[in-house]
Design a protein around this ligand. Structure first.
Ligand code: TNX
Length: 529
């Protein structure tokens, strides 16, 4: 009898407890800790933001424009310091890490404290999401009072967009940056050069864009599409206001076909399937040419990194075997095979990058090249070769994890989909994205793994509609995987919060995949080639 009563109590409390726990936050990515307090913050028509001094003026300005233009939930800001307000405060001795923050919401004010401006920004992004999902009482928006203590799991929370295969343009990129900011993602890796097109203006070599910018993955004759240096500056600023660092990738020595169309004198040839695929490793002029390009690239991006690619060189290095200049290089430098030629090339270009004053990022192929671990970050992408993770760790490199499965967003996300990639039948559904990294990425990696990244390759993504479909809602799941601590992750609770986020997608006319009703969302055609 007693045991039955006790059981009933336990059940009752556990129900109350779980609902409270799951219902406490509407924010994606889920904050570290949310404690509900009493009362409601009631929005009046206007809201002000207060901060000591003028150090935070830029941050406040960009936040106001973000709230007015992107969130557009009817919250208007006033300069007159009226009540209610959001107070910002930098506090050096705060308990969280450098991007963490504390947000305290009481009936008449909200207060964000953080050790750095990035944390203040993330606190404000949490406010933005609370505004998005605010309830209504007597026609006024209300949010429950609470104290949020929050900090990211990973320092690198990235999204990569391939604009060589298909070009999406400034407006779409800005929208992605807005969504990244809302989800507290902080690294935008921009894949700007590859086989079909070169997409970044280089003043010293204008044909890179006038000739190399022509074409895309499906149509080699499509008119030239690229970003001018002015466009780049505009996008870099836009990202900077949202605390997003843009990392440009200039892929070499492979994937160089578009550049080689423009300046064939630096081509190292290719293979039957990938003609003119490489830069020429045996001509001294190639190193000067690429260093000049990288200098211009470096001046456009404040990021501490330049990504030099380094992937899949074997697709098209066949002519190196017989090229007299490559043969000579091999003799002079004592290089035993083509892999060593490739590594020599990568070392030389990495040196250039370090001389320019930046650090190097390379795909996991660069691991054996002997680059200095102090100035090199490796991106692990070949999920079928987990030993590469070990080798990168043993060589002392910092790592970002972006394995094809589950972080390549050109892969299908549902069994009924037909146009995306698969690997031995495997694809990247939202639950797999959410659950990454699993426990197999064991704890000894933790120190070296600085984050995770989703990569949107676009051979099979030829327009905005398909880009939306492949990116959303996986971007939301990926953001929570990157930010939220393992012990707080809960897939079902996330899916509950996602329903609110989907309303946001709808407002922006984003053609998202609907995981709640997969049969109803028609997959936009992706042309297979
Ligand atoms: C591999 S990831 C590539 C890309 C392709 C992608 C398609 C990497 C470093 N190289 O060139 O676009 O697969 O999924």
């Amino acid at each position: 009898m007693y045991s039955k009563i006790i059981l009933a109590f336990i059940l009752m409390f556990s129900v109350v407890f779980t609902t409270a726990r799951d219902g406490k936050s509407t924010i994606i990515p889920l904050p570290d800790n949310t404690e509900l307090t009493t009362g409601m913050f009631v929005f009046k028509n206007k809201l002000s933001i207060d901060a000591p001094g003028n150090e935070m003026d830029g941050l406040i300005r960009s936040y106001k424009s973000f709230m007015n233009n992107f969130i557009d939930a009817g919250v208007r800001f006033s300069e007159d310091g009226g009540i209610p307000s959001i107070q910002l405060e930098l506090e050096e001795n705060s308990e969280c890490n450098m991007e963490g923050y504390q947000l305290e919401i009481s009936p008449l004010k909200m207060k964000v404290t953080a050790p750095c401006r990035a944390g203040l920004f993330y606190g404000l992004m949490s406010v933005a999401q609370l505004v998005m999902s605010a309830g209504e009482e007597n026609g006024k928006k209300v949010i429950p009072c609470c104290i949020i203590k929050d900090q990211p799991r990973y320092a690198w929370r990235g999204l990569m967009l391939d604009e060589s295969r298909h070009f999406f343009g400034k407006e779409k990129v800005k929208q992605l940056l807005d969504y990244m900011a809302l989800h507290k993602l902080n690294k935008f890796h921009w894949h700007l050069t590859d086989v079909p097109g070169w997409r970044i203006e280089i003043k010293q070599y204008p044909k890179l864009t006038s000739v190399g910018g022509i074409g895309n993955y499906h149509d080699p004759n499509a008119g030239a599409k690229f970003y001018t240096q002015e466009d780049i500056a505009e996008i870099v600023d836009y990202a900077g206001e949202r605390f997003i660092e843009i990392i440009p990738e200039i892929d070499m020595p492979g994937h160089a076909t578009a550049a080689n169309r423009a300046y064939p004198e630096f081509s190292g040839g290719g293979s039957e399937k990938y003609p003119e695929f490489t830069f020429h490793p045996g001509k001294e002029g190639t190193y000067g040419y690429l260093t000049n390009i990288l200098k211009e690239v470096a001046s456009l991006f404040p990021s501490e990194y330049i990504h030099l690619g380094g992937d899949e060189v074997h697709f098209g290095n066949h002519q190196w075997k017989t090229d007299p200049d490559v043969q000579k290089l091999m003799k002079v430098e004592g290089l035993g095979n083509l892999k060593e030629v490739e590594q020599y090339f990568v070392r030389r270009m990495a040196d250039s990058i370090v001389h320019i004053g930046k650090k190097v990022i390379g795909w996991d192929e660069v691991t054996g090249s002997g680059l200095d671990p102090e100035s090199t970050l490796v991106m692990w992408w070949r999920h079928d070769k987990p030993y590469l993770l070990d080798s990168a760790i043993n060589n002392g490199y910092q790592l970002v994890l972006c394995p094809r499965i589950p972080l390549y967003f050109d892969f299908d996300q549902h069994e009924t989909h037909k146009y995306g990639r698969r690997w031995g039948g495997a694809f990247c559904d939202i639950e797999k994205v959410y659950s990454f990294p699993n426990n197999k990425i064991d704890s000894r990696y933790n120190e070296k793994v600085i984050g995770i990244q989703a990569n949107v390759w676009t051979e099979r993504i030829q327009n905005n509609k398909r880009l939306d479909f492949m990116t959303f809602p996986r971007l939301s799941a990926m953001a929570e995987a990157a930010w939220t601590n393992e012990e707080n992750k809960d897939y079902l609770a996330f899916m509950g919060r996602l329903k609110k986020m989907i309303k946001r997608y709808q407002k922006d006319n984003i053609y998202y995949f609907n995981p709640f009703d997969p049969e109803k969302t028609t997959e936009p055609e992706g042309i297979k080639k």
